[in-house]
Design a protein around this ligand. Sequence first.
Ligand code: NI
Length: 137
Amino acid sequence: MPLLTVTRRLTFNAAHRIHNPALSDDENARLFGKCNSPNWHGHNYTLEVSVTGEPDPVSGYVIDLAHLKQIVERSLLDHVDHHNLNLDVPEMAGTNPTAENIILMFWRVLEPAIRPRTLSRLKLWETENNHVEYDGR
Ligand code: NI
């Protein structure tokens, strides 16, 4: 049977501050620039969630993408959208909310939520120009 990958795109927005408390204020400012601004800033994020599998013989779907959207919203984005990633999201506690660390947290939440289907890739766009992707390795 052929293996196919389907992808759902979702958007959310959130505030954050890139800051490492182990470093001095000067070092943080030098390392992170505007992203270290003390009173937060926001991004309009785009998340792409990919699931890989064989198409179901009855529906012809790898996964119903409307169902996938529901899983991602209920298990993850409802707790993140319009929130402050540093203050409001327990899964990010103690973690510097770079796109890299955000996508790792997203994987930890989504991989079990999507089972028994296979989450094969996440892609997180922080701006139009910058994105990070992760395939679970
Ligand atoms: Ni930022």
